[in-house]
Design a protein around this ligand. Sequence first.
Ligand code: AMP
Length: 354
Amino acid sequence: MIHQSEISSILDGYDREKITIATIGSHTALQILKGARDEGFRNMVICKKGSANVYRQFGLADELVIVENYKQVLENAFQERLIERNAILIPHGSFVEYLSPALIENELVVPMFGNRKVLGWESDRNKEREWLLRAGLRLPREYKDPADIDRLVMVKFPGAKGGRGYILASNPEEFEQKHKALELIDKEMYTLQEYVIGTRFYPHYFYSPLTDKVELLSMDIRYESNIDGIARLSHILQDSLPEPSFVVTGNLPVVIRESLLPRVLEMGQNVIETSRELFSPGLTGPFCIETVCTEDLEFIAFEISARIVAGTNLFINGSPYSQLLYDVPMSTGRRIAREVKEAIKGDLLDEVVY
Ligand code: AMP
């Protein structure tokens, strides 16, 4: 594991006037690059040949570096090149997936936005559950033994990317039958989670250790295939419903009933306070709590993403919430760059970059 002091000494050597905001070309890179520019930083995007055109097309990158394989970012020569540019890496969903939480913790010395300790907490389902429960959030019921299934449950597998491969079952027999038919390497590593019916809300928060405030920047609902397609035809399909899947294909903007905002803000605040107790200095920067709001107007949280989420791409020009907080179009990508800028001004870079 890389010691924080090693990263701190690299950061100490950085020229504060020539910081480069760098990220991997995927997920939320466009808004991260634009946000960096809007806040006056140089930026860099690291991508594979196939996606380079996207970043050329939009003309948002000062430097475009092409790699054969994203793991190349971890090679010494590559990291040295980034350090020469005074680079601060911005992690996003694909960034964490391509490099892996373990390699980021063990091999990446380039300073990164946010506390890396959070990666271990969000990628381990048991730790994540402990964190959210301690924060006073309600979570879906979980079953240890399939024989106890007494309502609709979602069967989640660790290797299932973006909800692909999850199955639903209403009783032990249905579980056995569907589970038996699966051809997954990690099919015994399942989590049985109550399927919560309600409205999904994915609020996008940003916690600034500089101001000690949790901001609600925007909110979305994920659009998922084929479940959202099935919903349109359920009255016709009836007895021949296909097995639903939950593969994210897009995002819809949403605002929530104003009377639910106090609880949305409270959940964000509680998650931050608990993170400080569990892995000091805790979660900093952007995060999203994945929730379902039930008919009793209670939020059930089924996951947390401790970094910028793709749903924020809807709000490159700001959202109904960010407009209340900022006079300029404030995307989450731009908010990250703004935080780096404020930290440089106050000589507090080591509070936002680890
Ligand atoms: P996840 O991989 O946990 O992000 O789940 C993928 C998708 O499955 C979510 O975006 C939801 O649509 C759905 N989902 C996950 N867990 C639950 C749950 N406990 N109840 C209802 N829907 C869920």
